[in-house]
Design a protein around this ligand. Structure first.
Ligand code: PLP
Length: 470
């Protein structure tokens, strides 16, 4: 081979200024702006300097290649922090994937207040300052029959606010069986300490009796706390004290009872064929003075924490300066209001609230969908993979109804010839798609549980883009 005129390919690299004027760079400057384009070119030039062997030979090819690298870099950076994904994991309320999806009407309500000034804290009838929560709280009261209510950023905030307001520097008896952890960042003992109250542990891990609470109550007791152990179950030789007994005890000693319910379904889930989950209304009827729960678990709304209960206690919560720090933003408020409005028409609730729709989809429906999609997906994956429709079990997720298994169907994708790491490799590739597809590995297969799939065409389009990669 004839040696090049110049042995050092580095000298053939154009300067930044030359590149910025080169034809292939014009559209990049236009699209991403001068600053971002310059930064990306610097990075690309830097990497060519480190690997001079990769520099193309002709100057026109150099500019083209550099432009292409710069575009790839800029596209990667342009991606938002949050990407839409297909949740085919089989976990309906997946905390890592954003829990509940909002109904259409809630999305419209969010869009409206996001782009328009609104009557957030303005009373249009008097022309004076209004209360940002009032309308929403009235709706909650109408729906639940609670005496009063207030709302904060999430249920962890709701628990913190209640404990800090009602039990700061005082004692709160709580069963040892209820000192739970709900995901790494939320542990009942930690939140109690952060709220400034003293934990008075009563009973044992598996058994707690009314007498245990009774013995713990003293002059420094501020509040009785009951925590719904939403994400685990204690089985075997167990005993717990229910709300009605605790409430009676509390009243006898003039100590209020608060329940952290966690999921907080606003409807009776048994009517949809799901296991029973205590509702906030049941807890209040049993005698609790306050109940807290999440907005984005079984309720199917935005992230929020609701507090329902006695008017005098709710008034105290509202006067705590923490309340201001934990208040809802206008987009959440709009979304929540729209979701609660749907609860006023229970007959059409399931078709309108995506979380409830996904939780209650019939296995026949899911199976039919799997039968429809299987062949298209097999074709897209080509001959190396077998795609079978198989029964599987989905979960509710987010620590709600931990024992409930929902019969579902999945597309089970297996390599035709067993290859080490093949399933993991396929899962990696699916995660790298423009709209990543998240399944779960099980029994040497990648399972795509179709329970939460709404957009069939979208899924097929993504899988077709795998073609070159597999
Ligand atoms: C989920 C849960 C929480 C935390 O609620 P967030 O809305 O995620 O802050 C607190 N307590 C219980 C019992 C829960 O299940």
């Amino acid at each position: 081979m004839v040696p090049k005129d110049n042995d050092n390919p580095l000298t053939s690299l154009p300067s930044l200024d030359t590149l910025l004027r080169a034809d292939p760079l014009v559209p990049i400057l236009e699209k991403y702006g001068r600053q971002a384009a310059t930064d990306s070119l610097r990075k690309v030039l830097g990497s060519f300097r480190e690997l001079p062997d990769t520099i193309p030979e002709t100057s026109s090819a150099i500019a083209e290649t550099i432009a292409q690298h710069a575009i790839n870099l800029l596209k990667r950076q342009e991606r938002g922090v949050l990407q839409a994904v297909f949740n085919l994991t089989g976990t309906v309320l997946h905390t890592n994937l954003g829990r509940a999806l909002l109904p259409e009407s809630a999305i419209e309500a969010v869009t409206l207040v996001a782009g328009s000034t609104s009557s957030l804290e303005y009373d249009l009838s008097t022309g004076r300052r209004g209360d940002r929560e009032r309308g929403l709280v009235e709706r909650i009261i109408r729906l639940t029959g609670a005496e009063d209510a207030t709302i904060v950023n999430n249920n962890a905030a709701a628990v913190l606010l209640c404990l800090n307001t009602l039990a700061k520097r005082r004692e709160v008896p709580v069963s040892r069986g209820e000192l739970v952890e709900i995901g790494g960042a939320f542990r009942i003992p930690d939140i109690m300490k952060s709220a400034g109250c003293r934990i008075r542990e009563v009973g044992t891990t598996n058994r707690t009796h009314l007498q245990d609470y009774e013995e713990a109550i003293g002059p420094r007791t501020a509040l009785l706390l009951k925590v719904h152990t939403s994400n685990y179950v204690v089985q075997g030789f167990t005993a717990t004290v229910d709300e009605s007994e605790l409430a009676k005890l509390g009243r006898a000693h003039e100590v209020p009872l608060m329940t952290d319910l966690g999921s907080g379904a606003l409807v009776n889930l048994e009517s949809f064929g799901l296991p029973h989950e205590p509702t906030p209304m049941e807890v209040l009827r049993a005698g609790a003075d306050l109940v807290t729960f999440s907005g984005d678990k079984l309720l199917g709304g935005p992230q929020a924490g609701l507090i329902l209960g006695r008017r005098n206690l709710i008034s105290k919560l509202k006067r705590n300066p923490l309340k201001r720090a934990l208040r809802l933003d206008k987009m959440t408020l709009a979304a929540f209001d729209a979701v609660l409005k749907l609860y006023e028409d229970p007959d059409r609730l399931v078709e309108r609230v995506p979380t409830l729709r996904h939780l209650t989809r019939s296995t026949n429906q899911i199976r039919a969908q799997a039968d429809r999609l299987g062949p298209a997906i097999a074709t897209a994956l080509k001959k190396d993979w077998s795609v079978r429709v198989e029964p599987c079990q989905s979960e509710v997720g987010s620590g709600s109804l931990p024992e409930a298994k929902l019969s579902s169907y999945a597309l089970a994708i297996r390599p035709i010839e067993r290859r080490r790491g093949a399933v993991k490799h396929l899962a990696d590739q699916m995660r790298a798609l423009p709209v990543p597809i998240l399944g779960r590995a099980h029994d040497r297969a990648l399972l795509l549980d179709l329970r939460c799939l709404d957009d069939e065409t979208g899924l097929t389009e993504q899988i077709q883009q795998l073609e070159d990669a597999t």
